[in-house]
Design a protein. Structure first.
Length: 243
C-alpha cells in the first residue's frame, strides 16, 4: 500500500532537509507549520518562500508536494515563559535546560499533526528532531518520539509512523544529506532561504546562511557547515554564492 507523509515544516534547515527526504521517498507529501506565538515571525514568512523555491527548483518533487497547513498553537505561550515566545534573554534554567525549551511543544505539535494526518489520510509523520546535535530538549529524544508514535497509533486506532531522519546524525551530516538528496541546488536553497537563528536575524549573511552568528542555533549551524565543507570530496563545489 502506498504511504503518504505529513512533514512538520518550520522553514529551517532541519525541516527542509526532512521535507526533501520525504519527497524523495513518498508519492504524496503535505506540510504542516505552527504559529505558536514565536517572537520572530520570520519563521512563518520563510516557510512559504522555501516551499515555492522547492517547487520551482525541483520539478521532480513538485508533483508530489501537496497542501501546506498552518495551525494556531499560541496556547503554548499561555502555559509558560520561553525565550522563543517571550522577550527574555537566553539563559540556562535551574533544571539544566536552556530557556529556549518550550515545554510540551513537540508533544502538542505531534498530537495536532496526528489529528490532521488522520483527516487527510496520511500515515507517516516526519519531524526533524535530533539527539546528536541538540540542546538537551527532552521532547527531541528518541524514546519520547517512540512513545508518541505508540500513543497516537492507539489513540487514533490507526497505525501512524513517526520518522526522524536526523535523529542520529550531526549538523555536518545533515548538510551532507541535503546534498545527497538535491545536490548543490538544495544546499544553496537551504543557505539562501531557510531560517534557524534564535534572534530572528535574517539580514546578516554568512557562508552557511542568515543569522546573528552568535546564538546557539547559529553556532551549531556554522560548525556543521564547516564540518561539511571539510569532509566534502569536492569542497569548492559547495561554496555558497555571494548574496
Amino acid at each position: 500500500m502506498s504511504r503518504n507523509a505529513l512533514v512538520l515544516f518550520s522553514g529551517g534547515q532541519d525541516s527542509t532537509t526532512c521535507l526533501a527526504d520525504a519527497l524523495s521517498r513518498y508519492s504524496h507529501v503535505e506540510t504542516l507549520g505552527f504559529d505558536y506565538g514565536q517572537r520572530h515571525r520570520i519563521e512563518i514568512e520563510v516557510r512559504r518562500t522555501v516551499l515555492a523555491r522547492l517547487r520551482e527548483s525541483f520539478p521532480q518533487w513538485a508533483a508530489r508536494l501537496g497542501d501546506d497547513h498552518l495551525l494556531d498553537a499560541r496556547v503554548l505561550g499561555q502555559v509558560g515563559t520561553s525565550a522563543l515566545t517571550q522577550d527574555v534573554a537566553f539563559a540556562m534554567q535551574a533544571d539544566g535546560l536552556p530557556n529556549t525549551f518550550v515545554p510540551g511543544r513537540n508533544l502538542l505539535f505531534l498530537t495536532l499533526a496526528g489529528a490532521l494526518a488522520y483527516r487527510r489520510g496520511l500515515d507517516v509523520l516526519v519531524i526533524g528532531v535530533c539527539e546528536t546535535d541538540y540542546s538537551g530538549y527532552p521532547d527531541c529524544r528518541d524514546n519520547t518520539i517512540k512513545a508518541m508514535q505508540l500513543a497516537l497509533s492507539l489513540g487514533l486506532e490507526r497505525p501512524l509512523a513517526i520518522e526522524t531522519p536526523l535523529m542520529w546524525i550531526d549538523k555536518a551530516q545533515t548538510w551532507a544529506l541535503a546534498h545527497r538528496l538535491g545536490g548543490d541546488a538544495l544546499v544553496r536553497l537551504i543557505v539562501q532561504e531557510t531560517h534557524t537563528c534564535y534572534e530572528g536575524n535574517h539580514t546578516l549573511r554568512h557562508p552557511w546562511g542568515y543569522g546573528c552568528g552568535t546564538c546557539a542555533a547559529c553556532q551549531l549551524r556554522a560548525r556543521g557547515w564547516e564540518g561539511y565543507k571539510r569532509d566534502s570530496p569536492n569542497p569548492r563545489s559547495q561554496e555558497s554564492p555571494a548574496p
